[in-house]
Ligand binder design. Structure first.
Ligand SMILES: [Zn+2]
Length: 419
C-alpha cells in the first residue's frame, strides 16, 4: 500500500492524503483548502475518475473545501457523517459567497456533493473494493471522524481530534493500536493547553466582569462548535446576564439541535438555546448595545461577520471587552488587536478602549494529549506527522521515533511512501 500527501504536509490545513492499494484502489482522505491573505490555495491534483472514494473527516474548509471540484464533471463516491455534510454545506456556501472569483466550482457542485454523499455512522464499516473504511469519533467538532483503513495494510488517520471532553463532545475515541501506519495531526505538538476547567472559568469571569461594570462583552467565536461551546459554558455555570448569539453560528446551532447522535451535550445545548437570544436583524443588533450583555458571534478572528460591527460599536467604551477564545493567526485582526489594542478594519485603525483577553478553548489535542494518544495507537507503526507548522511536524515525528517504538516520519508534499 502507498500513501501520498497532496496537502497538509508541513503546513496547517489543506489536508489531502491519497492511499493506493497494490490492486490499484485509490481512497482520498480529505481534500481541503488553505486560505492565506484572502487567497484560496488548493491541494495537489488528483483526477476524480481515478478515485474509488473520498472520505471527509469533518466540515472545516481546510479538510473539505476542495472536494466540490470533483463534482464538476464527475460524481465520485464520497463518505462522511450526516452532521459533517450539513455543516460542510453551510461552510462551502459561505466560502463560495466570499471567494467565488477564485473557485472553479459553484453552487451546483456544492449541492451535488452534499446530495450524493453517502452518510456513514461511526463504527459502520464501508467496503470499497479491497478496502474497508471505518469512522471513529474524533471529538473535534460534531460529526468529526478519525478514519481506519483496513486493506493489505491497516492505517489510522486521526484527522483533527482532541481527547479532551468539552460541553458539546465527549472527546475522541482512542483505538487500541496494531496499525501499520498512523497519520496524525501536529497542530499543537509544541504546546500544552491550560486545563479545560481553568479556561472555562476564565472565560466566564472575563465576560462577567465586563457586564457587571456596565459594558458589552464581545466574544468573537467560530460559528462551528466554538460559539455553541462558549454559550454552553456560560449556561452550565449559571451565568445570569443577557447572552446573545449572532451570525452563521445560529444556523450551525440549529443543525446541532437536529444532530443528537453527534452532540454528546445535546441536553445542555437544548437548555442553552432556550436561554440564549438569537439576534434577528439590524434593529435588534443596535438595540442590544443599549444594555450590558454578552454577544457571541463569528468571525472568531474578527475577520468579518457581525463581530466586526460589534467591535466597532463598542470600541470607544472603556467598560467594554473583547474575549478571544481561539488561536489567532498572525496578521489577523484578532492577532493585531492582541498586539497593540487597535482594531484594523477596512476603514482604518480604530483604538479599542476596553479590555482584551484570550483563552484558547482549543478543539485540537495539545502536546500531552498527542503523546498519550500516540503511546496507545502508534507502537510498531510508521507514523506520519502532518497538519502543523514545519517545526511542530518535525518535533512530533522525532518524539515518536525516540519514545514510542515507531518510525516517525515528517512527510514531504508530493512524495509517495510505502507502508
Ligand atoms: Zn478542523
Amino acid at each position: 500500500m502507498e500513501i501520498e500527501f497532496l496537502g497538509g504536509a508541513r503546513e496547517v490545513g489543506g489536508n489531502a492524503v491519497l492511499i493506493r492499494t497494490r490492486s490499484g484502489t485509490k481512497i482520498l482522505l480529505d481534500y481541503g483548502v488553505r486560505i492565506e491573505n484572502d487567497q484560496v490555495i488548493f491541494p495537489g491534483h488528483v483526477a476524480p475518475k481515478d478515485l474509488d472514494a473520498v472520505v471527509l473527516t469533518h466540515a472545516h474548509l481546510d479538510h473539505s473545501g476542495a472536494i466540490p471540484m470533483f463534482f464538476i464533471s464527475s460524481s465520485p463516491n464520497s463518505l462522511a457523517t450526516e452532521a459533517t455534510y450539513r455543516q460542510t454545506e453551510v461552510l462551502l456556501r459561505d466560502m463560495h459567497k466570499l471567494n467565488a472569483d477564485q473557485l472553479v466550482f459553484g453552487e451546483r457542485e456544492i449541492k451535488k456533493m452534499i446530495d450524493r454523499g453517502k452518510r456513514v455512522h461511526y463504527h459502520e464499516p464501508v467496503r470499497v473494493k479491497d478496502v474497508e473504511i471505518e469512522l471513529l469519533d474524533a471529538g473535534h467538532i460534531p460529526g468529526s471522524a478519525q478514519v481506519v483503513i483496513n486493506a493489505e495494510r491497516t492505517l489510522l488517520y486521526s484527522g483533527d481530534f482532541t481527547t479532551v471532553r468539552t460541553k458539546l463532545l465527549r472527546g475522541a475515541e482512542v483505538p487500541s493500536g496494531g496499525f501499520d501506519a498512523v497519520v496524525v495531526e501536529s497542530t499543537y505538538a509544541r504546546e500544552d493547553h491550560r486545563p479545560r476547567e481553568e479556561l472555562e472559568r476564565s472565560v466566564l469571569e472575563s465576560v462577567k466582569e465586563t457586564v457587571e461594570s456596565g459594558g458589552i462583552a464581545l466574544v468573537p467565536a467560530f460559528s462551528v462548535a466554538r460559539s455553541q461551546e462558549v454559550a454552553m459554558i456560560l449556561k452550565a455555570r449559571n451565568f445570569s446576564y443577557s447572552v446573545y448569539m449572532d451570525g452563521m453560528a445560529k444556523d450551525i446551532t440549529q443543525i446541532y439541535l437536529e444532530s443528537e447522535e453527534y452532540v454528546n451535550g445535546i441536553k445542555l445545548l437544548g437548555q442553552t438555546v432556550e436561554w440564549v437570544r438569537f439576534v434577528r436583524g439590524n434593529r435588534e443588533r443596535e438595540r442590544l448595545l443599549e444594555r450590558p450583555s454578552v454577544v457571541i458571534t463569528p468571525a472568531g478572528m474578527l475577520k468579518g461577520g457581525p463581530a466586526v460591527y460589534y467591535a466597532k460599536s463598542i470600541a470607544s467604551d472603556p467598560r467594554s471587552s473583547i474575549t478571544l477564545v481561539s488561536f489567532q493567526v498572525p496578521g489577523s485582526a484578532g492577532a493585531k488587536l492582541l498586539e497593540d489594542g487597535v482594531l484594523y478594519f477596512d476603514n482604518g485603525p480604530l483604538k479599542f478602549n476596553g479590555r482584551v483577553s484570550q483563552f484558547k478553548l482549543s478543539a485540537h489535542a495539545g502536546r500531552q494529549e498527542l503523546h498519550d494518544y500516540l503511546r496507545r495507537v502508534a507502537e510498531g507503526s510508521k507514523t506520519f506527522t502532518i497538519h502543523g507548522e514545519p517545526e511542530s511536524c518535525e518535533e512530533l515525528a522525532s518524539w515518536v521515533t525516540s519514545e514510542v517504538g515507531a518510525e516517525g516520519i515528517n512527510p514531504v508534499k508530493g512524495q509517495r511512501y510505502e507502508i
